[in-house]
Design a protein around this ligand. Structure first.
Ligand SMILES: O=C(O)CCC(=O)C(=O)O
Length: 390
């Protein structure tokens, strides 16, 4: 029977042997531990070396329990405020839906357990092979939230997370002090409903750059709000970030187990753990037919040199008005990076006793980027227009 014809329960059973075996491989892999700094307060070089070799790292217990609880509540509240049905102006309780005044809807809906991008031309066609799409249970809704966007506008808790000093110190260690943000999105994968994300590499711009190197497309954080398991986690193929552009279709077609790639491992974490994954890594996730939810707050950063003077190669970055690719000049970069500076201040206001991160591009002008009504309007209301998608 083709995997696509399976019920949710049958899909889960079909996956059991693979997720168990690869889950064991993941547990033995390493490239994980708490954040460690050296005597100068820099991210420990052993962690950077692991990341450079394997293309990922799992930082354990970074986000405290109370912050995770607040983020869970904020995400659930945001999901409840989604338009219902998806093309409506009101939510399921008849209130005006969140995001009617945003430059683009902060919700992406999908059919439960489906794969919205695999085998399509969407997102620069970077997901060439469709994943299995098991049939959801008869009582599942027809559409579910797959992604939440523009979190820094809708959730002050998420804005504060974006200004987290440990996360920004990691971004600086990998990409330099003038690191530049990509976008943010929250993957929502509820049990029996969460869709898959077909195997892909994120980068779409610099593959033929004569100065290509494994870090040129930056990396993504994922902050996990619930423990992840081999059955619902993000999967990666370690080391593929350094292989250049991969023929994903050939790799999947040559594999006897199809999408169940033999050398992939799941990123198994606890709630409050944070993963970093190179945007050049071969990665993806399966339909969530497990009994456990996954909610992954995802946001990335690039080296400044990868962005300045470049046109976005990933087609989520088309200019809303002209439909053309955006050109990332210094002003565009400043507009988008200002979200980081406002986030740092929002976090400082919420947690004045915590170390405050110092973001080099805004050194000396911090007072112009205090979190409050003015920057909510000038920086946070439409920042997704300035997302930088390489
Ligand atoms: O979390 C997932 O399932 C997919 C994440 C992903 O593909 C990405 O961050 O690029």
């Amino acid at each position: 029977m083709a995997l696509t014809e399976l019920s949710a329960g049958q899909h889960a059973s079909t996956m059991t042997e693979y997720v168990t075996e690869r889950g064991r491989a993941a547990a033995a892999f390493g490239s994980r531990g708490p954040i460690r700094y050296d005597a100068e307060g820099e991210l420990h070089p052993d962690i950077l070396a692991d990341f450079e070799t394997n293309g990922f790292y799992i930082f354990e217990k970074v986000i405290a329990d109370d912050e995770i609880r607040a983020l869970r509540d904020a995400v659930e509240d945001t999901i409840e405020r989604a338009p219902s049905p998806p093309d409506s102006d009101t939510d399921a309780q008849g209130r005006p839906a969140l995001g009617l005044d945003y430059p683009m809807s902060p919700y992406i809906f999908i059919k439960p357990l489906s794969d919205p991008w695999g085998g399509t031309k969407l997102l620069s066609g970077r997901h060439p092979v469709k994943m299995s799409e098991p049939t959801p249970d008869a009582d599942a809704p027809t559409q579910v939230v797959h992604l939440l966007l523009q979190m820094c506008t809708s959730m002050p808790e998420a804005l504060c997370l974006y200004g987290h000093p440990d996360l920004l110190t990691i971004a600086e260690a990998i990409n330099g002090p003038d690191f530049v943000p990509y976008n943010d999105s929250i993957f929502v994968k509820k049990p029996g409903m969460g869709g898959s994300v077909a195997w892909h590499q994120d980068g779409a711009t610099h593959w033929d750059n004569p100065d290509w190197y494994p870090g040129i497309h930056g990396f993504n954080f994922q902050v996990q709000l619930y423990p992840t398991t081999p059955a619902n986690a993000l999967w990666i193929v370690p080391g593929t970030h350094a292989e250049g552009r991969i023929d994903i279709r050939a790799r999947v077609e040559a594999n006897e187990g199809g999408e169940r790639l033999p050398d992939a491992i799941p990123l198994v974490t606890d709630a409050g753990d944070v993963t970093i994954v190179s945007r050049q890594m071969l990665h993806g996730s399966f339909a969530n037919t497990s009994p456990d939810p996954r909610v992954s707050i995802t946001f990335g950063f690039y080296p400044h040199s990868s962005v300045l003077g470049v046109s976005g190669g990933l087609n989520i970055s088309l200019d809303a008005k002209s439909g053309r690719e955006k050109f990332y000049d210094a002003e565009h970069i400043r507009r988008r990076s200002a979200v980081v500076q406002v986030a740092v201040d929002a976090r400082h206001q919420a947690r004045p006793d915590e170390r405050r991160y110092s973001y080099a591009p805004f050194a000396g002008v911090e007072d112009e980027y205090r979190y409050g009504p003015e920057t909510i309007a000038s920086v946070l209301s439409d920042y997704t227009l300035y997302d930088i998608a390489l």
